[in-house]
Design a protein around this ligand. Sequence first.
Ligand SMILES: CC(C)(COP(=O)(O)OP(=O)(O)OC[C@H]1O[C@@H](n2cnc3c(N)ncnc32)[C@H](O)[C@@H]1OP(=O)(O)O)[C@@H](O)C(=O)NCCC(=O)NCCS
Length: 167
Amino acid sequence: MIRGLVIREAESKDHLAIAKLVEAAFGRPAEARLVEKLREDGDMVLELVATNAGELVGHIAFSRLDIAVEPDHFDALALAPMAVAPDRQGSGVGKSLLENAHHMLEERGERLCVVLGDPAYYGRFGYTHDRASKFESDYQGPALQALAWGEAPQKGRLTHPGAFSEL
Ligand SMILES: CC(C)(COP(=O)(O)OP(=O)(O)OC[C@H]1O[C@@H](n2cnc3c(N)ncnc32)[C@H](O)[C@@H]1OP(=O)(O)O)[C@@H](O)C(=O)NCCC(=O)NCCS
């Protein structure tokens, strides 16, 4: 754990600072808009922030992703976006956010999370393309990775929250 770093659930008073942080990390506004749209649409499941001396230095979001496994549906998660303040990147903030989030999600009974991102980064936290390779998805490809903590489908049609289609 990094000294002075606090990981907690995001509150509405954080929303403006989160938008600024996410935009700064990605260098464009699209991902900050994604966060807002996920909230508006009621698709957000968990948002954590990392603060240091009261300053927001990181943010991570998990939203509801549907897996259609005929005739049923499975409630999985999509991890996106994840952002660390540019001057704090590479110091373990992202790792703390991810590890805390995984722990909380597992405690809440969540079982599977999907991410679209750099395998060199997410692979460090257990995400693999192999676990996601049999899913049908508009985003199928090497960047589509999954991590399961419990029993969860291996196959099925993934439907990301609608906000992703606006990215
Ligand atoms: C990607 C991001 C969230 C990672 O957060 P971070 O706080 O910089 O990452 P951490 O310091 O926790 O890194 C954890 C480990 O991964 C490594 N790492 C960091 N970025 C990496 C990358 N792109 N590829 C591979 N490894 C990476 C770190 O060296 C560290 O390794 P260590 O544990 O051996 O020291 C952050 O860099 C960021 O906000 N980037 C811009 C926005 C973005 O691209 N978000 C992700 C979109 S999918």
